[in-house]
Design a protein. Sequence first.
Length: 326
Amino acid sequence: MKQINKTDDFTIIEVASGVYAVITEFMLAHGYCNSAIIDLGDKCLVFDTLGHPKTAKQLIQEAHELTGQKIVYLINSHWHWDHVWGNQSFEHAIFSTIKTREVMQDNQQEQLDSFKTSLPHYLEHGREQLEEGINGDSLFGFPYDTTEHFKRHLQSIQYLNDGLDDIDLRLPDFTFETRMQIWGSTRHVELRAFHGLHSASDLIMYIPDVKVLVGGDLVVSDILPFAYGEQPLKYAAIFKQLQAMEIEHIIPGHGTVADPEVLSILQNYWELCHAAAKQAAQADDLESYLSTLKRPQNIPARFQGTDKTFQAAVRRFATYGILSNE
């Protein structure tokens, strides 16, 4: 692997020949998520469009310069804003699962309107924390070790807030249920969907000739993962399936490029969430029990996240897994 380029918003790493990871710092830059650029030989594919149309335009330029190919395929891994609000900057066909498009159509405008209301208050509160000498937690519950990091985070959210009126929500053009292959002249990619885990529907992409997995938010590194879906109990079994694949490198939805070891770490985390959820479901007061839980000590420290991050995942496992099946 080698670094190809670094901008204020993302770093581009050549993971394998013609396979590029576009890595952003989580909630510290203007990309808001990771992306991937794939040279298919006679055309180019981009996986996820980042969370801001201006940053997406930079992504398009980088894709053209790196591959010399026309972007033909654009993939939305799932519906969350940080992966799809760059859609409008592309003039190319967008692919997603059927479920992702449905959820985008039903929820994106409401989410955009909510951000227009909530982000100004969040920024005001963040500035008050800075004045009080508190580094604070981000919008998503991740701590910032230094005041400088928290300042960068607030600048990132300010940039997002300033551009909300320019967001033109664009839906995918083509949909499929669970699997699709896309072929170029020199390689093909395999898309596979899993439903009800991180979101309503999550895509991963496998590139067989170089054994690279592009994980979307189903596979993250350097942060504790989120469970927003309604079938969290499936996590551990699915990560066993992923570990059975021939993988040399992983481009995660957030975090740095990882090796396959991250899959076993995440599987272990989800198993710990499941075990804790079983205990939580038996408690007289779910919330009181959750408040006592601590972040698992056997998860490497490089995975950012707090007790609250773990508690939120266990709550999801308990309410949408254990209790809902009783």
